[in-house]
Design a protein around this ligand. Structure first.
Ligand code: ADP
Ligand code: MG
Ligand code: ZN
Length: 645
């Protein structure tokens, strides 16, 4: 039976909830008691008007009186109906302070006294001492419950790790797909834990730590859960940010506590998610932000703990991060997180496998081809694919379909890369026309340029945050390198929209700003990072992120003003050339541009065979091939997104 228990040292919220609840109940009871008790025990005497009392005194009928400041109880001499003398105890409430009363009483020989200390007074006294603090605690407890956590001050220094015994995460290796290399390595770790002596007998040291590195959403956390599910050993999981609190020193105490518990439970796995939250390079932004002390102390404690236990105690630490470049180098030293396991974005086959995992619980129609979906989703991580399957299922449900069809998946893909359709954003005629020519401009250039994939769809239905229209280009395969001519082609495609506007309307709109931004970025990268400029040579002018963080501030290498100027000139030249090519192509294909744009205006969306046939008519001028001709290899940027606005 899978059980999930809270670490015994942490305060359990439910207990607090009860605690706070009983406080409130107790409080109410005491308050009620306060009112009930006196009236319960106090004598219930007939009440007499004060004037009657005075009359009775003056008539000599009163024997004794107990005179309090707010009530007077007295014994009245009367007779029973049969004439027998008897006594009756009565009560009256005095008016203001009657200073004459003692005199009157004495004159009429009444025996009188002040009341004895109130019988029920002690309850009142105690209540007056007890109730205010109780109210305070009650409110406090109530607020604590509402926040859903225990009182922070009491858990300081205790690790917040959640411990789960075998299998309780409910995740198995079969739930993780498309990251086979990582899985093989992790299976080995599971094997270490299951049969440690197999390794120690030969004198092999079990690795102490493994670091899962990869972009967000690729399944690092999922993999760690799968290890717990498979290993059948206790599994402590905590997030890096949970170590860091307001108070300096708390994080370090938590680390110590966590390791103490882990050692007691060995063999076991400690999983630290989002390690970068605590393992950031020491000194990086030091002194400037301030308050790094806490993180540094915590990190130091972690390093100490990792050194402090013997490799074969059977505690294995697995950490995950999507920012390995900011981690302190000391963490990656052998003997600490000496194994780095890369969990990368899945390739086409991996994506298909992940889609299969997530489609297990979804009813698919016969026309759904997961392999095709995998082709159409380059750059999607596992989390994106999970989201995609869910979006498609939601769309199908909204249409009351019996099963999810391929069209749902296509729409879901578009939603994920371009945002939701916004038919409510109404464009006027001029705007619509501008957008139509702009998009067709992208499409025609895109269809002719090498390596960018085929144009699948053009639309003038606004989508997402800013897109008034869009063109979708889908790569036919996963690409991990961009060749120089592809970069140029890409830049020309980006500028195609604006070029079409220039040719047709003779002036440009603001709609091309995003294209221009992207084109300029790409051109600058080509020169400063990929070393593609003949004039400047294979020199890197940008520092990659790690160097940027370890050094101070400036992302650019220090360069002379002349070189800076040369860079700017080269960037501009690339852009100018691309612009020129885009204009040339569109001028040569002007008829096609006109016809296609008019059809787009009518239909709003062009896609499929119709669009393909049209774009096949586009002719490349000789000039273009000359411009593209160049064979240098380059860029390490995968082609992730192919959407043009
Ligand atoms: P991260 O790498 O950021 O920790 P997660 O492990 O939290 O990513 O992944 C989030 C979700 O995405 C998972 O719960 C799972 O549904 C899905 N997912 C991510 N990667 C994979 C994968 N390789 N196989 C199957 N599902 C995946
Ligand atoms: Mg994660
Ligand atoms: Zn555009």
């Amino acid at each position: 039976m899978p059980v999930e228990t809270n670490n015994k040292n942490s305060i359990k919220p439910p207990r607090w909830r009860q605690f706070g609840g009983s406080f409130l109940i107790l409080l109410t009871l005491l308050l009620l008691l306060n009112f009930i008790v006196p009236s319960f025990f106090g004598p219930r005497l007939p009440q007499v008007p004060y004037s009657d009392f005075i009359v009775q005194v003056e008539a000599g009928k009163v024997d004794k009186a107990i005179v309090g400041s707010d009530r007077i109880e007295y014994v009245l001499k009367t007779e029973t109906p049969d004439g027998e003398p008897t006594e009756q105890v009565l009560r009256t409430t005095p008016v203001a302070i009657d200073l004459d009363l003692p005199k009157i009483l004495r004159e009429h020989n009444v025996e009188f006294a002040a009341p004895p200390p109130d019988q029920n007074g002690w309850i009142g006294t105690i209540l007056s001492w007890v109730v205010p603090p109780l109210i305070f605690f009650g409110i406090w407890g109530f607020l604590m419950n509402r926040q859903g956590g225990g009182p922070a001050a009491l858990t300081v220094g205790k690790s917040k790790a959640r411990i789960s015994s075998d299998g309780s995460t409910g995740v198995k290796f079969t739930d993780v797909a498309g990251v086979d290399e990582a899985k093989v390595e992790l299976e080995e770790i599971v094997d270490f834990l299951k049969s440690a002596d197999k390794y120690t007998r030969l004198g092999a040291k079990i690795p102490k730590g493994a670091l899962l590195v990869g972009p967000p959403g690729t399944g690092k956390t999922l993999l760690a859960k799968a290890i717990a599910g498979e290993a059948g050993v206790p599994f402590f999981s905590i997030s890096g940010s949970e170590f860091i609190e307001l108070f300096v020193g708390v994080g370090a105490a938590r680390v110590r506590d966590l390791f103490e518990q882990a050692k007691k439970q060995a063999p076991c796995i400690v999983f630290i998610d989002e390690l970068d939250a605590l393992g950031k390079s020491r000194g990086g932004a030091g002194g400037f932000v301030g308050g790094n002390d806490e993180r540094e102390q915590t990190l130091n404690q972690l390093l100490t703990e990792m050194d402090g236990f013997d490799a074969n105690t059977g505690v294995i630490i697995i950490a995950a991060t999507n920012r390995p470049e900011v981690l302190d180098p000391a963490l990656r030293r052998p003997g600490r997180f000496d194994r780095q396991i890369v969990v990368d974005r899945p390739d086409k086959i991996g994506r298909e496998a992940i889609l299969k995992v997530h489609a297990r619980n979804v009813k698919l129609a016969d026309d759904v081809d997961l392999a095709t979906i995998a082709i159409r989703t380059p750059g999607f991580a596992g989390a994106d694919l999970a989201n995609l399957v869910n979006e498609a299922a939601l769309l199908a449900a909204r249409q009351n379909r019996q099963a999810v069809i391929m069209a749902d998946f296509n729409e879901a893909i578009e939603r994920l890369i371009a945002g939701l359709e916004k038919r409510s954003r109404v464009l006027n005629e001029t705007e619509k026309k501008t957008v139509a020519y702009h998009e067709v401009g992208h499409a025609i250039i895109g269809a002719l340029m090498p390596g960018a994939g085929k144009v699948e769809k053009i639309s003038v239905v606004p989508r997402g945050v800013g897109a008034l229209g869009y063109t979708i280009q889908m790569p036919e395969e996963d690409r991990f390198l961009m060749i120089e001519d592809e970069i140029r082609g890409r830049i020309a495609t980006l500028l195609g929209g604006r070029s079409a506007e220039e040719i047709i309307f003779g002036k440009v709109s603001t709609g091309a700003s995003d294209d221009i931004q992207k084109a300029t970025d790409l051109a600058e990268r080509a020169i400063t990072i990929y070393g593609m400029s003949d004039k400047l040579g294979p020199v890197a002018f940008e520092k990659v992120q790690q160097q940027f963080i370890e050094g101070y501030g400036n992302p650019r290498r220090s360069i002379s003003p002349q070189v800076a100027e040369a860079i700017d000139r080269e960037v501009k030249e690339i852009l100018d050339n691309a612009h020129h090519i885009a204009l040339t192509i569109l001028q040569q294909n002007r008829d096609l541009l006109e016809e296609t744009a008019q059809e787009l205006l009518q239909k709003e969306i062009l896609e499929g065979a119709n669009l393909r046939e049209r774009l096949q008519q586009a002719k490349a001028p000789d000039e273009m091939n000359e411009w593209l001709r160049s064979g240098k290899l380059s860029a390490d940027q995968p082609l992730l997104q192919s959407i043009l606005n």
